[in-house]
Structure formats: structure tokens, C-alpha cells
Ligand binder design. Structure first.
Ligand SMILES: Cc1cc2nc3c(=O)[nH]c(=O)nc-3n(C[C@H](O)[C@H](O)[C@H](O)COP(=O)(O)O)c2cc1C
Length: 272
């Protein structure tokens, strides 16, 4: 059945594409296995998309390191990351704007489902806006601590000594509100669905936290629950979902952090 579909396509640009592209092997494999017409159609759509997108390829900028240098890099990166801690007491000292911008640019290099880059970062430094965010967050958090959170949840929070008061939302110089874009709207106003949005925004957030830490700044991954108020205060479109509020700045003097333990390599991994 699929042959009748493939022949008209296997001419001209498609023919050239089919013989030169790896996808050809997948097509043959599918045909040889007599997979349903729907699979063939899906494949052709995929091929067309790949064709359109594959025209602009560039050489990969990749420098191979020797193993000694790889080991050194991996050790020093691990040590750097082992020092990262979430803090809840911030200095009000401003942070260098360019450092902030570079960290955001680093976050923007994150991999994302179908390269849709479904994130938007709102950088809040305005005192009045920070005050509004604090007020709204504390209302939600009070509700959480007093009613919504289960006993199990409250018990899990006990070692962190957190409560519904969030003074850091006003004291810290920078709040980065991270939004997850369920759609991307193009210049003509057309909506395009984004894929693997949570995974993509999670990775971008991780890179952002890492970049800020590497640059000498501290963060708090804050998730007031629910966070709808962020979209309203920051006037974001309805297709953007508040994902996280990343509080950023220098630690307050003599800041203390919970003495948490991290699981060992053996506990967190399985090598097969
Ligand atoms: C998704 C997520 C949500 C979090 N939400 C909050 C929060 O709302 N308030 C808070 O004080 N800490 C929050 N944290 C910080 C965690 O409590 C903290 O990462 C954890 O205790 C480990 O400590 P560390 O970051 O210093 O290693 C959150 C962390 C993550 C990853």
C-alpha cells in the first residue's frame, strides 16, 4: 500500500532527499514491514518538515578534550555545583545587570522539545512590583500552610523552617519569574503548539540556576502555590503558565542554611 504513496513523492526534490537522507532507511524499513498507511503519511510529513528545516546545517563546534582534562573539568564542575545552596535570606545589594543577562542568555541555550524554546523570563527589579508579588505570594502561602498542605507535606518542610512569610521577595534585588509557554505566537498572531514544555522549561531553569551560581550569585527556587497571580501582576498572556519564581541576589551576611544531605552516587544511579 505504501508503494503507491512513495512513488509520486520519490521524484525531484523529494527523490534527491530520499536518496541522500538517513530517513530513507527508515522509510524502506517501514515499507518492508508493511506498516500502515497512516505511518507512511506521518513519515512523509516528518520528512517534509525535516527537509524544510534541514537545509540550513552548520558544522558542529566541538573540541575533543583529552581524558585528563575531562576528568579535571568534571571534578571542578561537581565541586562548584556541590557548593550551590538554596538561600532564604538575601542582601538587598544590586547585582551586575550584565551578569544577569549572561545567565539568562545561557538559559536560552537550553535544549527544548522541537526547538520551540517554550520559556519566557520576566526580570523584576522594581520595588513596587516586588511588593505586589510578595503580598500575593504570602496570601497563597498562608492558605497553603494553614489549610491546603497535607500533614505529610508540612512535615517534609519542617527541616527547612519555611513559613508563609516571604520577606525575601522584597529584599532580594531580583525576582526572575519563569513562564512556560504552552503556545508560541508568531508575528502574524498565529498560535503554534509547543512540545515537552515542562521538561524544556525545567532544563532551562536548571541552566539558569547553574549560570547564576557560577557567576557568584545565590538563588531560591520559589514556588508559591498556586502561582496564577504572577501572570496577572506581570501581565503575561493566557497561554503562558507561571512555572517558577527564582529569587536571586547575594546572600545576607552570615546566612545559615539547613544541614541537608545529598544522596550518594550509588543511591541516585544504576549503571548497567
Ligand atoms: C521545584 C522546586 C520548588 C521549590 N519550592 C520552594 C519554595 O517554594 N520555597 C522554598 O523555600 N524552597 C523551595 N525549594 C527549594 C528546596 O527546598 C531546596 O532546593 C531543597 O531543600 C534542597 O536544598 P538546596 O537547594 O540548598 O540543595 C524548591 C525547590 C524546587 C526544586
Amino acid at each position: 500500500m505504501c508503494h503507491s504513496l512513495i512513488i509520486p513523492f520519490a521524484t525531484g526534490v523529494y527523490g534527491e532527499f530520499i536518496v541522500t537522507n538517513l530517513m530513507n532507511f527508515q522509510a524502506c524499513f517501514l515499507l518492508a514491514n508493511g506498516t500502515a498507511v497512516r505511518s507512511c503519511l506521518k513519515l512523509f510529513i516528518l520528512m517534509e518538515l525535516t527537509l524544510t528545516n534541514s537545509l540550513d546545517f552548520i558544522p558542529l563546534d566541538f573540541k575533543r578534550q583529552n581524558e585528563e582534562s575531562m576528568l579535571q573539568e568534571s571534578q571542578s564542575f561537581y565541586q562548584l555545583m556541590a557548593q550551590r545552596r538554596t538561600i532564604r535570606d538575601f542582601s538587598d545589594q544590586n547585582v551586575p545587570q550584565e551578569v544577569l543577562e549572561n545567565a539568562l542568555k545561557a538559559a536560552g541555550t537550553s535544549p527544548s522539545g522541537a526547538n520551540m524554546q517554550p520559556w519566557h523570563f520576566v526580570i523584576v527589579q522594581d520595588a513596587a512590583v516586588k511588593k505586589r508579588i510578595r503580598k500575593a505570594a504570602e496570601i497563597e502561602e498562608r492558605e497553603l500552610y494553614e489549610h491546603r498542605a497535607s500533614d505529610e507535606w508540612l512535615q517534609a518542610l519542617t527541616p527547612l523552617a519555611t513559613d508563609a512569610n516571604k520577606p525575601f521577595l522584597e529584599i532580594a534585588p531580583v525576582l526572575i519569574a519563569i513562564f512556560l509557554k504552552k503556545f508560541t505566537v508568531d508575528t502574524s498572531g498565529e498560535k503554534h503548539k509547543n512540545y515537552y514544555t515542562s521538561e524544556s522549561v525545567g532544563i532551562a531553569t536548571g541552566i539558569l540556576i547553574t549560570a547564576l551560581h557560577k557567576s557568584g550569585l545565590a538563588t531560591l527556587t520559589h514556588t508559591p502555590s498556586p502561582m496564577k497571580f504572577l501572570g496577572k501582576i506581570l501581565e503575561r498572556p493566557s497561554y503562558e503558565r507561571p512555572y517558577m519564581l527564582l529569587v536571586c541576589g547575594y546572600p545576607a551576611d552570615d546566612v545559615m542554611v539547613p544541614n541537608i544531605k545529598r544522596r550518594t552516587l550509588q543511591e541516585i544511579s544504576t549503571f548497567i
